[in-house]
Design a protein around this ligand. Structure first.
Ligand SMILES: NC(=O)C1=CN([C@@H]2O[C@H](COP(=O)(O)OP(=O)(O)OC[C@H]3O[C@@H](n4cnc5c(N)ncnc54)[C@H](OP(=O)(O)O)[C@@H]3O)[C@@H](O)[C@H]2O)C=CC1
Ligand SMILES: O=C(CO)COP(=O)(O)O
Length: 335
């Protein structure tokens, strides 16, 4: 087994808590920061985070706190697991507490609204560290399935390969298998865009459409995601991997996905506010990231028709039925 590392996970929602469990199961000493003291107390006293992972017993090696300084004390790896649009503000508060030379790892899948930056760019900027200290974990990783220890693979991306390998070692368990990659751009663009395509797939389900529609959206969604990624300098092969096609299939096909569920509600005719209420505070990143991704695509002259209609439904009052008709009615072209 690898040398146990001291790891801080900042953000105790469904994925932050699950990834903290993975790291603890891998033999590391893990401290999970949550922003509510009662959640920290529940985890420490009963070993459950019942609000996010009901029924999942958390390992003894995982300790929780609502004090970020305590979580970050001597951490060799710092995992950031808050929603994308709140990362900058939270990290700015934690910046003075970050241990020198710690690897900073993003779990968040989104593109910042105000700057159109990827999460690794936000981290490098706010923490004032070189990109070689920033890593990303992304793949077909529905938290509830991993918390139940179902076999899953993922991608650990870092431009500094030895750091990627160290992180890979730190999060390898009998049920979680990470692969390394150095293409941060591709892995992050894939993770952010698949949430938008999952919203579209959910709308298709809500409209009563079947697997042909879903497969068409997944495949054309992958095409537009790859176009954007390549325009931003990504390796096209990243989109064929776990963080690309892998995550797209998992998220678009699974009723466990918050983005797909959100889209399904819109497809059934609910309003944005109704779908938001039903999410009970859990994040559906694609609802906001469809705006930043669309703007990023426009800036680079990339066509993203599925993202355009998802944006139309979420933010411009377009109805899902006419949105589907709009996609089908586009100019015919070769594949
Ligand atoms: N869930 C999953 O299966 C996966 C999620 N991801 C990504 O991981 C990221 C985190 O998602 P996930 O854990 O699922 O999210 P959840 O919605 O399950 O939880 C969000 C967590 O962030 C906290 N939070 C919310 N808003 C803020 C804020 N403004 N400042 C600080 N903390 C805040 C919440 O605290 P509180 O409870 O106090 O509100 C909660 O602990 C997202 O980018 C998501 O796309 C990636 C892979 C898998
Ligand atoms: O990123 C995820 C799976 O890899 C989780 O997707 P949702 O945020 O849509 O639940």
């Amino acid at each position: 087994m690898a040398r146990p590392e001291r790891i801080a996970v900042l953000g105790g929602g469904s994925w932050g808590t699950t990834f903290a469990k993975v790291l603890a199961d891998a033999g590391n000493d893990v401290v999970l920061w949550v922003r509510r003291a009662e959640v920290a107390a529940e985890i420490n006293e009963s070993r459950y985070n019942s609000g996010y992972l009901p029924g999942v017993e958390l390992p003894e090696r995982l300790r929780a706190t609502d004090d970020a300084a305590e979580a970050l004390q001597a951490a060799e790896i710092v995992v950031l697991a808050v929603p994308s649009q709140s990362l900058r503000e939270n990290l700015a508060g934690w910046q003075p507490l970050l241990p020198e030379d710690a690897t900073l790892v993003s779990l968040s899948k989104g593109v910042e609204l105000s700057t159109l930056k990827r999460m690794s760019q936000v981290i490098a900027e706010v923490a004032d560290v070189p990109m070689g200290r920033v890593a990303v974990v992304s793949g077909p990783n529905l938290a509830k399935e991993i918390a139940a220890e179902q076999p899953t693979a993922t991608v650990v991306a870092c431009p500094d390969e030895p750091r990627a390998v160290a992180l890979q070692q730190a999060c390898s368990t009998s049920y979680f298998r990470p692969y390394t990659n150095t293409d941060l751009v591709g892995i992050e663009i894939a993770g952010a865009c698949k949430n938008v395509i999952a919203l579209a797939c959910g709308m298709a389900v809500g409209l009563g459409f079947g697997h042909n529609t879903m497969s068409s959206l997944i495949t054309r969604g992958l095409a537009e995601t790859t176009r954007l990624g390549v325009a931003l300098g990504a390796d096209p092969m990243s989109f064929a991997g776990l963080a690309g096609l892998g995550d797209l299939v998992a998220t678009c096909m699974s009723p466990l996905s918050r983005n797909r569920t959100f889209g399904e509600r819109l497809g059934r005719g609910e309003t944005l506010a109704q779908a938001q209420d039903a999410a009970h505070g859990q994040v559906s990143e694609g609802v906001k990231s469809c705006s930043s991704i669309r703007e990023l695509a426009a800036r680079h002259g990339v066509e993203m028709p599925i993202t355009d209609v998802v944006y139309g439904v979420c933010h411009e009052g377009l109805q899902p039925g006419p949105a589907a008709a709009e996609l089908l009615g586009r100019e015919r072209k070769p594949e």
